[in-house]
Design a protein around this ligand. Structure first.
Ligand code: PMP
Length: 327
């Protein structure tokens, strides 16, 4: 397993780290993907070696970010919430008029086959469907056949110790697009605004950033949903405020019902986070991670709180003991 960097040459990364006065490791977080291709990728109906997994330069996923995707985790030989992820994928595709020639059951099976072919028990799946190859113009109707590929690998979004200590995050200037511009429920390949937000976080020496919508309400973080606890109530932004309808978000809502913790989905501002007792983020890649400061202001006690610990324990129990077997 070799380490590759997210982007740029070593010299570029050194210059950026020097300019930002940050340690190189902060700018160039390692990405654990295999340099040598023993990985099997599912591509358009076949499991092929990584070196043979290629898509056309005329693919509209590449030319325009025209497509949808899912990030899915598997634990202990089982894929967590597979059907929910595939349902959301099909809903995203439908919302952008991307007609899929497969059934949801078939895509579940392709996903299981890919994980099984790679001999992993725990990891992360990236499933991408693009509009497919077409003409150079925008017209999606000239792309008759969508491209689908599935990668089974691993991912770590934040350093292990931040799960115990909690994250100190910032608010970034980059806003979530308005629902009228890009529907927040659609998990599309357009992540440029999230990437710009991530850049702001890195430049501010933070690992994550809160993104607001055009009205100034909290939408979510760059790749996670946000929750706070105030006086024993769990609060999270409305989807229509610009949040993705996260699968982990819905798992946390289920846990809240089970534990009898009152839940409010409502518009939140930075003020609500500043005065919260606890805060945590959720996402498939991020899992459940405590937040202990926003914009250098301490949240609650400055340590992960008892509600967060309880939600995290329930979440771990679910991921380790439920899911779709793929072996
Ligand atoms: N918001 C954004 C922008 C995301 O990309 C993600 C997924 N990484 C999430 C929230 C969390 O969603 P889920 O729990 O379904 O992974």
């Amino acid at each position: 397993m070799a380490i590759r960097h997210h982007c740029g040459s070593d010299q570029d990364l050194k210059s950026i780290a020097c300019f930002l006065n940050l340690p190189l490791a902060r700018v160039a977080q390692p990405l654990n993907i295999r340099e040598e291709s023993h990985m099997k990728i599912w591509l358009d109906g076949k499991l092929v070696d990584e070196s043979e997994a290629k898509v056309s330069v005329f693919d509209h996923g590449l030319l325009y970010g025209d497509g949808v995707f899912e990030g899915i985790r598997f634990y202990n030989g089982r894929i967590f919430r597979l059907e929910e992820h595939i349902r959301r994928l099909f809903d995203s595709a439908r919302a952008i008029i991307l007609n899929l020639p497969w059934t949801q059951e078939e895509v579940c099976k392709f996903t299981c086959d890919t994980v099984a072919a790679n001999g992993l028990t725990d990891g992360y799946i990236r499933l991408v469907i693009t509009r497919g190859p077409g003409e150079l113009g925008l017209n999606p109707y000239l792309c008759p056949v969508p491209t689908m590929f599935i990668i089974a690998s691993t991912i770590q979004l934040y350093p292990a110790e931040t799960y115990d200590k909690g994250l100190a995050i910032i608010t970034c200037a980059t806003r979530r697009p308005a629902p009228g511009a890009l529907m927040p429920q659609v998990k599309s390949l357009n992540y440029l605004n999230n990437i710009m937000a991530k850049v702001e976080a890195i430049q501010a020496n933070a690992l994550e950033a809160v993104m607001l919508n055009e009205q100034g309400y909290v939408a979510e973080c760059t790749g996670d949903n946000l929750f706070i606890i105030k006086n024993g109530t769990l609060l999270t932004p409305l989807i229509c405020d610009g949040a993705l309808d996260g699968i982990t978000r819905s798992v946390i809502i289920e846990i809240a019902h089970k534990l009898g913790v009152p839940l409010k989905e409502c518009s939140l501002t930075r003020y609500d986070i500043f005065i919260a007792d606890e805060c945590f983020l959720t996402g498939t890649a991020a899992e459940v991670i405590p937040v202990v400061a926003l914009d250098r202001r301490i949240i609650g006690s400055g340590k992960p709180g008892p509600f967060t610990d309880r939600f995290l324990a329930e979440f771990k129990n679910l991921v380790m003991n439920t899911g779709t077997p793929f072996g």
